[in-house]
Design a protein around this ligand. Structure first.
Ligand code: DX5
Ligand code: ZN
Length: 226
């Protein structure tokens, strides 16, 4: 896939119907999702539990776009191969999840997958300054991770710093948490190109009535055209 800074909308299936992931993934893709964002939580790094590699492998059969797997787990290194084998296209690990983010990104790259590094709201941009050549994506959390539907935390200054640090490297800036048509223009103007959205995409729709998913995706994309 060629690198582009065009805005990409990545719905988080954390806000989907947990009894119907296959059809939910097909619904968001048919309604214009660019990527599918999968939130993996371990009840330790974050106070919530979601999916392991077998679930991610099952999602893979339905994803035709890009499966963007966000690992909110610690330790992370022992599970990288399993998530790669499950079919992730992008594997993102948190800088706060262990002492060796450089080794973690090398391990992700060694699987042949694209590597992402995520920053919690309290972590400065400088934490990734020395790993940018090992990363395909930097994920800026705009909520404290663990749950969908939380209030957006303004990280505009951090996004601008990262955008300057990245320069012309082919590294995406992804924003995760509280993205809506109101907050999308702020993060897009600061330099983000991948917008994760859970509640703002899934609200009002269902697999039986997916048109609201499309309207929600378009509303975020249009708002991000800055
Ligand atoms: C938060 C997750 C997010 C979350 C986004 O821990 O990483 O991907 O699902 O949900 P909204 O868009 O509802 O804030
Ligand atoms: Zn996420």
């Amino acid at each position: 896939m060629t690198f582009s800074r065009a805005i990409k909308i990545a719905p988080s299936i954390l806000s989907a119907d947990f009894a119907d992931f296959g059809r939910e993934i097909e619904a968001i893709e048919s309604q214009g999702a660019d990527w599918v964002h999968v939130d993996v939580m371990d009840g330790h790094f974050v106070p919530n539990l979601t999916f392991g590699p077998p679930a991610v492998k099952a999602f893979r059969k339905h994803v035709k776009t890009v499966m963007d797997v966000h690992l909110m787990i610690a330790p992370v290194d022992p599970y990288i191969d399993a998530f790669a084998e499950a079919g992730a296209d992008i594997i993102t690990a948190h800088v706060e999840a262990g002492p060796h983010i450089h080794r973690t990104l090398q391990a992700i790259r060694a699987t042949g997958k694209r590597a992402g590094v995520a920053l919690n709201p309290g972590t400065p941009a400088e934490a990734v300054a020395h790993v940018l050549d090992l990363a395909d994506l930097v994920c800026v959390m705009t909520v404290n991770p663990g749950f969908g539907g939380q209030k957006f935390i303004d990280m505009t200054a951090k996004i601008r710093s990262l955008r300057a640090m990245i320069g012309d490297r082919p590294v995406h800036i992804e924003i995760d948490g509280g993205v809506t048509p109101d907050t999308a223009p702020l993060v897009a103007a600061a330099g983000a190109d991948v917008l994760v959205a859970g509640s703002a995409v899934f609200k009002g729709g269902s697999v039986a009535d997916p048109a609201p998913y499309g309207a929600n995706i378009r509303a975020i994309r249009d708002a991000a055209r800055v």
